[in-house]
Design a protein around this ligand. Structure first.
Ligand code: G4F
Length: 333
């Protein structure tokens, strides 16, 4: 059976990827940091087939030990401090985990490596946030980077060091430059899930307003379940390479908000939405839109969920989820 180690296993992408690999017969190991990490406990309940391995992207020796124990054929480095807004307040932590963490994992892979006939393969979760103040539209694998946040800067380091280790040491290392990807499993701190959760609560009479930052930024939003397939496809090629994964469409935060309210049967979204400077960033990424033609041509990748379908999927999930929570609270169960 092939073996895979996933860092960031407790996040949205880690969960979808673990299920994807498990369905293909992989033994899946998940790197979880800390003692009695509550997210590790939830992981055991939701994905019981995952074997949890202790380790931290800030601790090289723990990564070496994790690779020696799990002996993976494939390493998926999804672990990061991934919330752009927080990276402005915790920039050093972001640089250490999201940036230098990649270097540590590559060093661990170089040290443990797998055998000569079957060297380990590495996937780095790079981000469209690296394009920042975009130099070209749509963005592709050749577009120069201009990051606009400590998170974006750290991701550029992670991408560049992946390419550098591939060139310098011949590692099978790929960088997937993924544009925004969402799902009902998305963390509530990100704008899409914040919106769909609030819309559901407003519809159910549990909340009265939704406070957001800027409504004009535009993103290329796809469904996370589609994007993990691209990660795996990259590691099945004969040669390692870098790929943009995106839908090729861009929509504003406001469009997302309008569609979400409409999906819950509410037409006058403006009645409920308030803007607050607290949610505005010191530097913003105004418009992102990716060109996924290389991923389509080489990997055969394509998205299966459209933008309106994604919004509806998230609203329907949150209506059910919040409704269930409210019923449980009322019945005292
Ligand atoms: O949902 P967001 O926080 O995602 P962002 O910053 O685009 O980053 C996400 O996608 C990246 C890929 O490009 C990933 F690398 C990264 O890890 C993360 O997954 O914000 C989206 C937009 C921003 O322009 C933000 O300013 O929504 C705007 N926004 C407006 N009001 C808000 C809010 N964002 C958040 N999180 N919360 C608000 O209240």
């Amino acid at each position: 059976m092939p073996r895979a180690l996933i860092t960031g296993i407790t996040g949205q992408d880690g969960q979808y990827l673990a299920e994807f690999l498990h369905a293909r017969g992989y033994d899946v190991f998940g790197l979880v940091k800390g003692q009695n990490n509550p997210r590790g406990v939830v992981l055991q309940e939701e994905l019981p087939f995952v074997e949890v391995v202790s380790g931290d992207l800030q601790d090289l020796l723990s990564l070496v030990a994790a690779l020696e124990y799990s002996q993976p054929d494939e390493i998926y480095n999804l672990g990061a401090m991934s919330f752009v807004a927080l990276s402005f307040r915790q920039s050093e932590l972001t640089a250490n985990v999201t940036g230098v963490g990649v270097l540590r994992m590559l060093e661990a892979m170089r040290l443990v490596g797998g055998n000569d006939n079957n060297p380990m393969r590495f996937y780095q979760a790079s981000s469209s946030e690296m394009f920042g103040k975009v130099r070209q539209t749509p963005q592709n694998e050749q577009t120069p980077f201009y990051p606009r946040s400590p998170y974006g800067v750290a991701k550029v380091f992670g991408h560049d060091i992946t390419v550098n280790y591939r060139d310098s040491y011949g590692l099978f290392a790929c960088s997937g430059i993924l544009f925004n990807h969402e799902s009902p499993r998305r963390g509530i701190e990100f704008v899409t899930r914040k919106v769909t959760n609030a819309v559901a609560r407003i519809k159910l009479g549990l909340q009265h307003e939704l406070t957001l930052g800027r409504l004009d930024p535009q993103r290329d939003w796809g469904f996370a379940g589609d994007y993990v397939a691209a990660m795996w496809q990259m590691l099945q090629q004969d040669e390692p390479d870098d790929y943009v994964v995106a839908t090729g469409e861009t929509h504003s935060v406001q469009e997302f908000v309008e569609l979400a309210f409409r999906a819950a049967g509410i037409d006058d979204w403006r009645r409920y939405v308030r803007q607050d400077e607290r949610y505005m960033r010191p530097a913003e990424v105004d418009v992102l839109v990716g060109d996924p033609s290389k991923a389509a041509a080489v990997l055969g990748w394509k998205r299966t969920v459209t933008f309106p379908e994604l919004v509806e999927m998230m609203v329907v999930h949150d209506l059910e989820h919040e409704g269930r929570k409210a019923r449980r609270a009322t019945s005292g169960a």
